[in-house]
Design a protein around this ligand. Sequence first.
Ligand code: ADE
Ligand code: ZN
Length: 322
Amino acid sequence: MTVSDMAKVELHLHHEGAAPPAFIRGLAAEKKVDLSGIFNEHGGYHYKDFWDFLKVYEAATSVLQTPEDYARLTTAVLEESAAAGVVYSETFLSPDFCGDRDVGAWREYLAAIREAADAAEAEHGIVLRGIVTCIRHFGPQKARETAACAAETAGDWIVGFGIAGDENAGALEDFVWSFDCTREAGLRLTAHAGEWGGPESVRDALDHLRVERIGHGVRAIEDLALVDRLAEDGVVLEVCPGSNVVLGVYSDWRAHPIHRLRERGVKVTVSTDDPPFFHTTMVNEYNRLADAFEWDEGVFEDIARTSAEAAFCDVATKDKIL
Ligand code: ADE
Ligand code: ZN
């Protein structure tokens, strides 16, 4: 057994961000949309920095226009994940892109995604669950409408609510209503923080949004009192090292704080974020971490167990996955 062959649990994956570039190019050709500006000469996604990445992400998403498109996307994404040994995955879904936050339309997108996910589970054994995600730079009003979509569809498949997008846009306090509303609907909560913002951003997510997981959270390392709080409170970090290195949050894998966070007792998990954008897969993440920090199979087993425990699905589903 090598780390590549191990069963993996992925908690932080953006559905559109996992779209293979060839899939998006194919859809663009079918719909006669010119997306040539977002691809490089090798056919991969092309962007300059994180803020440009967000624009390219939204441009790629513009050709995902119907529930059927999302069903096809789901099939493509789950094939890639299953090939990397992922047995359970939580994906971020945004009603902003799926039906413009209209609850009726969102239900249709969700039904199509679930049907494709059921088929992928039957074929590859991979289990998918959804986390509805508002987008910070779209503002708090759209987030409220997104939260309403999430609350209406909360259950055994939509299991969480979160926030992604530009971490430096607006204040997290403005999103409290959306997180309170979805918590009351029974959803589990996560927020992107500590990727482009420092420790205070992570504190805001904990204090104002009262989330149990943090997307990234790695810049907590800049404040050891906060690191100790994360460890003591059992807050789970959805760490995406390859994403952080490619986007330049850290200069290289050895400079990434995941190892130091883990050594200090923080519950860290490993995910890909937007794999084709960052030229990564879960196999690549595992191999690069093993090389950078001399992590052996025992460490990855521990990480998979931590991830399964932190998954937002019900216990019966968890019992199936590892
Ligand atoms: N949306 C997709 N990927 C993201 C990331 N790494 N940070 C914030 N928002 C995102
Ligand atoms: Zn993310």
